[in-house]
Design a binder for this molecule. Sequence first.
Ligand code: M6P
Ligand code: ZN
Length: 188
Amino acid sequence: MEPYARLTNANGMLTKPDQVIMRRISDMASWYLDVDAARRLEAADDPVVYEMLEVAPPAVAGELAFCTTTMHPGMVGDEYFMTKGHFHVDLSCAEIYYAYSGHGVLLAETESGECRLVDMPQGAVVHVEPGWAHRTYNVGREPLVFLAVYPSVAGHDYGRIETHGFSHTVVRSEQGPVLTKNPRYAPQ
Ligand code: M6P
Ligand code: ZN
């Protein structure tokens, strides 16, 4: 029996997605620390930050969805290119990430603002616990490709991140990627 889909070696993308979503700087310029720097990038060539290829079975209990995300390398000011990040609509749902290529970090945070940074070098497997919002940064020079597997009933809640933000974000330093406080964070 053939596998349902493959990660192609060239770019790590799934071969048979149900849905493809592309996010450019313009889709989330105001989510970065340095909004002016993001608007300048938007006005220049509005680069693609990441693409998601999702295989999404019906949203019924017990089913699993999976998705590859390909994040391009880049910076907005000192902040690395990042995903929007989300809570699951169903907070009881966990998620597993597998880092296929490149180098990322995962920022995870609870509703009360407890925050963790998890390194995601090539080959890393990361467990996102139920109730934790999650966002990924490409901290390397190559594309970051990772596979995510999650219950198909999980749902993506972006609204709370857009309104409240994460308490911290990830910026470049002489020591490498570090957490810094988000001055616009509004506790829930
Ligand atoms: C991972 C998974 C997906 C998610 C994607 C991009 O692949 O968590 O469910 O859609 O990352 O993240 P976001 O939806 O927060 O932009
Ligand atoms: Zn998720």
